[in-house]
Design a binder for this molecule. Structure first.
Ligand SMILES: Cc1cc2nc3c(=O)[nH]c(=O)nc-3n(C[C@H](O)[C@H](O)[C@H](O)COP(=O)(O)O)c2cc1C
Length: 320
């Protein structure tokens, strides 16, 4: 059994967090991750209704399983009801990522809820530490979904040198050996999203899951094109990593032009509605090439845990 400061704090059987992925991670996915011994999280996007948090949180909670909720800091000033619904759902962990978590930490702590923040730079880290977060997540640019520009391993090492709080590694981890590498570097656990994109418990469509299984690790792009097309107010410093498709091939890097091309933007809006993966974004990270079968999230977590334990034992065997 792998024990870290993170597993001890949340009484987990393995230091694996199922990332809060808006549009994918609802209560069923969170429940399946927690059943595997990890901590499953529910993703809340900029347009997610507050009732979603209430309904989805009841799924893992109803089974007595731990769970978390992932909020986005830049969304909360306009949508304070998301924080209220989150607190009422009594999660074990709430992440406040992509912006300054400081305004939201006291309310969560007053409610007895631990707080995590994904950080993409050292400046983000200092801001999160000053805000008083309990858990830091070093999110590298290999990650699926919105992320920064620094790679996981150098960011993780720098973050670890600057704090004693538990640090989780996010971005590009999809095998037991990869998880072992993060733990060997000093992480207290891993925060995985892409490895869960082909799980039947996800809210993503069967077509999106099929695209994930078919994609290689070379077929992702870190782009603002989809956000510009969909008119989402994501701050520019966090582009999104998605599978390359017909739309991104034409418009990635031409976002300034895209702003003025309503017909092109409409392609993505229509693609979202009809579920057309040629134009709608399928957010996924560089580890997507390792996701080739449809498997329950419980199995994904158990396999990661078992593989990491084997790898850690093998690594210890390198010592003479
Ligand atoms: C489809 C998708 C949606 C995501 N949505 C969110 C989100 O709503 N909130 C958040 O904090 N992170 C979100 N993320 C980022 C994850 O929390 C996490 O950092 C990332 O998945 C880890 O890297 P990996 O994809 O290589 O495992 C999302 C990631 C993906 C793939």
């Amino acid at each position: 059994m792998i024990t870290t400061a993170f597993t001890r704090r949340f009484a987990l059987a393995t230091p694996v967090v199922g990332a809060p992925m808006a549009g994918v991670a609802g209560g069923a996915l969170a429940r399946a991750v927690s059943l595997g011994g990890g901590l499953g999280m529910i993703g809340v996007g900029s347009a997610t209704p507050a009732s979603f948090v209430t309904e989805q949180g009841a799924i893992p909670r109803g089974d007595g399983l731990p769970f978390g909720v992932g909020l986005m800091a830049w969304v909360l000033p306009d949508r304070p009801e998301l924080l209220e619904a989150t607190i009422a759902a009594t999660p074990d962990l709430v992440s406040v990522s992509f912006g300054d978590p400081a305004p939201w930490v006291p309310r969560l702590h007053d409610a007895g809820i631990a707080v995590a923040a994904q950080v993409n730079t050292v400046v983000d880290l200092h801001r999160a530490l000053i805000a008083g977060v309990d858990v830091v997540v070093a999110q590298g640019s290999e990650a699926g979904g919105h992320t920064g520009h620094r790679a996981t391993l150098p960011l993780l090492q720098e973050v670890l040198a600057l704090t004693d709080r538990p640090v989780l590694a996010a971005g590009g981890i999809a095998t037991g050996a990869g998880m072992a590498a993060a733990l060997a570097a000093g992480a207290a656990g891993v925060w995985i999203g892409t490895p869960l994109l082909s799980c039947p418990e996800g809210l993503n469509s069967p077509e999106a899951r099929q695209r994930v299984r078919a994609a290689t690790g070379e077929e992702t792009v870190l782009t603002r094109a989809f956000d510009v097309a969909e008119g989402v107010a994501w701050p520019e410093r966090w582009p999104g990593r998605a599978l390359v498709n017909d739309f991104s091939r034409v418009w990635h890097g031409r976002e300034d032009e895209l702003v003025h091309d309503a017909d092109a933007r409409q392609l993505v809006v229509d693609g979202r509605r009809t579920g057309d993966p040629a134009t709608a974004p399928v957010y996924a990270g560089e580890a997507v090439g390792l996701v080739t079968t449809e498997r329950s999230a419980t199995e994904v977590v158990r396999e990661l845990d078992a593989g990491a334990e084997l790898a850690l034992r093998a690594v210890a065997g390198l010592l003479s």
